[in-house]
Design a protein around this ligand. Structure first.
Ligand code: ATP
Ligand code: MG
Length: 156
């Protein structure tokens, strides 16, 4: 299925807007990647973005207003989608494990948030099956940025 990256990002963003605002937060985007078409299953790709935004909200910090930023841009024959939060961050030693099935960071989850530790394993599986890539940059108590790259079908 050929899917426009910005269309999916925009639609998932709008489903999160109310939730983010409920916490007094903001969600902004810079959707630079115009007409970036990728070959993905629309439902799975929607779930990928949903999972990353879900985490960004779940692992927020109470001390600062939640602030989320989504960026899309094309780099050569790839599209990059990054989702940045100002949440609790992830320790260096946990970074390599968070994409594992059932892995949840045991300490530092300041909210009593529930989960199965499956969201990121799912995200990783979907993205790598599409010959894409996902990486994360994070600083404890500052926030995290999840960066996906996917091969483009065409970029008009
Ligand atoms: P599920 O997604 O299955 O409901 P989960 O959110 O615990 O459960 P993952 O989405 O796979 O599982 O995330 C794994 C762990 O990585 C989380 O438990 C959390 O500790 C950490 N994590 C994920 N995203 C973030 C983030 N944006 N900020 C801080 N920690 C995160
Ligand atoms: Mg999750």
């Amino acid at each position: 299925h050929n899917v426009d990256v910005n269309d999916i990002v925009t639609s998932v963003m709008s489903t999160f807007k109310l939730k983010v605002e409920k916490y007094g937060g903001v969600i902004d985007a810079d959707l630079e990647a115009e007409d970036a078409i990728v070959s993905v299953d629309e439902m799975h790709f929607t779930n990928v973005i949903f999972n990353l935004l879900d985490n960004a909200v779940k692992y927020r910090r109470e001390e600062v207003p939640l602030s989320l930023f989504i960026r899309t841009r094309t780099i050569g024959d790839k599209v990059e989608i990054s989702i940045r939060d100002n949440g609790i961050g992830i320790k260096r030693e946990d970074l390599k494990k968070i994409f594992d099935k059932f892995y949840r960071v045991s300490t530092g989850n300041r909210h009593d948030v529930k989960g199965f530790g499956l969201g990121l394993a799912y995200v990783h599986k979907i993205i790598t099956d599409l010959k894409g890539d996902i990486r994360v940059e994070s600083e404890l108590n500052q926030g995290s940025t999840f960066i996906i790259t996917l091969p483009l079908i065409k970029n008009k």
